[in-house]
Design a protein around this ligand. Structure first.
Ligand SMILES: C[S@@+](CC[C@H](N)C(=O)[O-])C[C@H]1O[C@@H](n2cnc3c(N)ncnc32)[C@H](O)[C@@H]1O
Length: 282
């Protein structure tokens, strides 16, 4: 088949499989495997690719059509223009996470050399975005999964973030290792999906690690621990910023208020959904 025929076949197969944006995914796979982008395709559409690569391409299209995430096939994804290596075993970075990053950066603008901890760091999405925006900051990235931790370390190195220290540890225990009032900000995008909802998610999301999604029976497991064990690590006047699911808004606000968080604000994403809760410590 020619490049054009391969592209059209991929688009047709992905569309038939119910992939959201078959054109985009087909083009990404062509680009990934053959280094041929949309502009190249119009010039060399009639050329015939190497047959080994053609077979690999068709296998990837089949895999994608079965619900396997495009990002895991390609192995890299960008968040706030930052390239991140990702693969099975680590959460795919979401644009929504930009909300908690931007809001935290805004609130620590006036703090020099801020000390920040990112709980549940995954591939390093939040830590690396903050580290790049604030080279003067000292950032600690805490991640439990050994698989995700490998990606975290790789992404920190690849992006040249010498101001991040990655720790392979557990949010439910690691608070003992840090002094009270020692951080200017605690930031987190923790697992927050209710356990019994996970089986109802799309097959694509179910390819992502359960450890990255499961927020316990009521989705509050991690927020409760953050309130109980991590808020006391924040300096007076320091910032707490968490990504949320809209359904948990009032529970998280109530929990944070109980722990004396002040200036609580709910921030929406571009879809108009509540996406982050921000606050300060008295
Ligand atoms: C929703 S993902 C967020 C990843 C990343 N911050 C992002 O926004 O792309 C949650 C992360 O928490 C990690 N995690 C789960 N349980 C944890 C625990 N007890 N302690 C630390 N990290 C944990 C998961 O492995 C996963 O990487």
């Amino acid at each position: 088949m020619t490049f054009s025929q391969l592209y059209r076949k991929a688009k047709r197969d992905l569309e038939a499989a119910g992939v959201d944006d078959p054109q985009f995914d087909a083009m990404c796979l062509i680009d990934y495997l053959f280094g041929v982008d949309r502009a190249d395709l119009s010039v060399m559409g009639d050329s015939i690719p190497d047959s080994d690569k053609e077979n690999r391409f068709l296998r990837y299209v089949e895999k994608r059509a079965s619900g396997f995430p495009l990002q895991y096939i390609i192995g890299t994804w960008s968040f706030m223009d930052i390239p991140l290596c990702i693969g099975e075993g680590v959460l795919i970075p979401r644009d929504d996470t930009e909300v908690v990053v931007r809001e935290t950066l805004k609130r620590i603008e006036a703090v020099q050399n801020p000390r920040i901890i990112d709980l549940c760091s995954g591939s390093g999405t939040i830590s690396i975005a903050v580290a790049k925006a604030r080279p003067d900051a000292e950032i600690i990235s805490l991640e439990l999964s050994e698989t995700a931790f490998v990606y975290l370390e790789k992404n920190i190195e690849f992006n040249g973030c010498g101001n991040i220290r990655a720790i392979n540890g557990d949010l439910f225990k690691a608070f003992n290792d840090f002094d009270d009032h020692s951080f200017d900000a605690v930031i987190s995008n923790p697992p927050y999906i209710k356990s019994d909802v996970i089986e109802t998610l799309s097959s694509e999301v179910r390819h992502e690690p359960r450890l990255a999604l499961d927020g316990g029976e009521d989705g509050m497991l991690f927020y409760n621990s953050i309130a109980e064990n991590w808020l006391c690590k924040i300096k007076h006047g320091g910032v707490i910023g968490v990504e949320i699911d809209e359904d948990l808004t009032s529970e998280i606000i109530t929990r944070f208020e109980k722990s004396s968080v002040k200036n609580i604000e709910v921030i929406k994403d571009i879809a108009g959904l509540n996406r982050a809760i921000m606050g300060t410590l008295p």
